[in-house]
Structure formats: C-alpha cells, structure tokens
Design a binder for this molecule. Sequence first.
Ligand code: 5GP
Ligand code: ZN
Length: 112
Amino acid sequence: MDCIFCKIRKGEIPSEKVYEDDKMMIIKDIDPKAKKHYLCIPKNHFKLLSEMTEEDAAQLAHCFKTIPALADKLGLDGGYRLIINQGDNAGQSVFHLHIHILAGQKMEWNPA
Ligand code: 5GP
Ligand code: ZN
C-alpha cells in the first residue's frame, strides 16, 4: 500500500518519532503549522472515522488517552489543539487517519 504513514510505521521512510507503542506513534510534522506540531498516528491504516472498525476505534481511543498523558514530554503545557482532517473540504492530504497536535503558542480560531 502506497501510504506515507504506513511506510513511516515500518521504518521505510525516516521520521522524528517522539513516542511509540503497540497501537500508535507520535512524530513531528515535516511542515509544522505551529511552534509545536506533532502527528499522532494509529497503527491501523484507515482513512475516515466513518470507515473505522472496532479495533480502529480502540486505537483511536488509545491515542486520545495517551496524548494528555504525554503532555510534559510533548510540551503541551499552556494548552493545545487537536485536529483530524476528514476528506477534501478539510484538506486531508494523507489518507491514513491522524490527529494533528498543535501547541507552543496562542492560536487564532479561523478554520479558513
Ligand atoms: P492532512 O493534510 O492529511 O491532515 O495532514 C498531513 C500532514 O502530514 C501534513 O501536515 C504534512 O505536513 C504531514 N506530512 C506529509 N508527509 C510527511 C512525511 O513524510 N513526514 C512527516 N513527518 N510528516 C508528513
Ligand atoms: Zn497507512
């Protein structure tokens, strides 16, 4: 499968990995949109929330439990924003579901 995040998971493409366990990994985004910009990536390949299996959903739940537990390591003090782009209108460009973690600065609220 020609998926960048699956290739990163297998070590075929290098990345700056900051956390990994059996269900997920967190890497630094290659093109950061905030002072701190990580991608939390469940290990299972699926594109959309609407396509999730129960196992996919369990991995995603694990992501949401783990991100706040890593607040110190990731420097999330002061607050952070999580974004999941879904489909064309949202500008999803990698079709392996992932959670953007944005932090390290005050953020505007302007989805455009
Ligand atoms: P999306 O647009 O699908 O919500 O987010 C995809 C994100 O993946 C973008 O923020 C983009 O910068 C990031 N990205 C794309 N290719 C790579 C890569 O090879 N390595 C890393 N670390 N991030 C990537
Ligand atoms: Zn994938």
